[in-house]
Every structure is written in C-alpha cells, then in structure tokens.
Design a protein around this ligand. Structure first.
Ligand code: 4NP
Length: 147
C-alpha cells in the first residue's frame, strides 16, 4: 500500500488489509513515495480513526518505497495517480509494471478513482478515507481469495 507520506492513507490501508487477511499467508506493508516522514509514526488522525475501528496502526513507521520492493511484493497498490506514476518511474521492466495499480481499481475496475489525500483536511476527510479503504480492502480480499 503506497501513498505520498506513508503517514495518513497507506498505514491505514495496511492496518485494514491486515485485519482482513490471515497473517500466516500474506505479507502486507506500506510505504510512501516521498521521504519526508521516514521513521515517523502515522498521523494522529489516522491512528484515531483506526482505533475507533479496533485496528492498531500506532507501531507503523514511515518508510520510502524503493526499487527492491518490486522483488518482495506481488501486488503494489497506489492511493492516487501521482503515487502510481512515481512508483512506475522506479519500475525496471514489464514484470514490475504489471504489479502496480490504483487500489480503488480493484473495487471499481478501470475507473481510476483515487483515495483523496486527507493530510490538509479534517476528521471528516479521514472518515471518508477510512470508508473507501475498508471497501477497497474488502474487494482486494475477494480478489486474492480467487486469484
Ligand atoms: P499520505 O498524506 O500521503 O496519505 O501519508 C500526506 C502526508 C504528508 C504530506 C502529504 C500527504 N506532506 O506533505 O507532508
């Protein structure tokens, strides 16, 4: 799960997806395309909305997406189109490229809908992001079960 800062959307996506998958069979992680928040805890508003939904993301720490992630992950989901383009800029070949998609394309195939950046927003924006990620992760779990 990849966003820009790895403190708002992607740690939430990571926590939500982990809560829906058996941890023995799936390795889920998140990263940011930027380096501003490397080593940082998630944004307190993401921690709160997760906590409200019985998910603990407080131990996540920001890290930057790197080329070797293409070797460790089968699927790489971007939150928005800018993240998508920045990930693709690091792809080395077609095998890397086909691993990348917008998360919400799993839920709404081909529609290229973004998970909006809530960083400059308020609680309501984090609520909206949570709901989108929850639905997106439900669709992803269905896809992974049958994939
Ligand atoms: P995220 O949100 O990409 O969902 O983690 C942001 C976090 C930090 C910044 C921008 C977006 N920032 O500019 O520091």
């Amino acid at each position: 799960m990849v966003c820009l800062g790895n403190i708002c959307r992607s740690p939430l996506a990571e926590g939500i997806l982990k809560s829906k998958l058996p941890e023995d069979n799936f390795y889920v992680d998140s990263a940011g395309t930027a380096s501003y928040h490397v080593g940082d805890k998630p944004d307190s508003r993401s921690i709160s909305i997760a906590q409200k939904n019985h998910i603990d993301i407080s131990t996540c720490r920001g890290r930057q997406f790197k080329t070797t992630d293409f070797e460790y992950f089968d699927y790489i989901y971007a939150m928005d189109y800018a993240n998508y383009k920045d990930i693709l800029a690091l792809a080395r070949d077609e095998q890397d490229v086909v691993k990348v998609d917008l998360l919400l394309n799993v839920l709404f195939p081909g529609e290229n809908i973004e998970v909006p950046d809530p960083y400059y927003g308020g609680t309501v924006n984090f609520e909206e992001v949570y709901q989108l990620l929850d639905k997106g992760c439900d669709a992803l779990v269905e896809f992974l079960k049958h994939g």
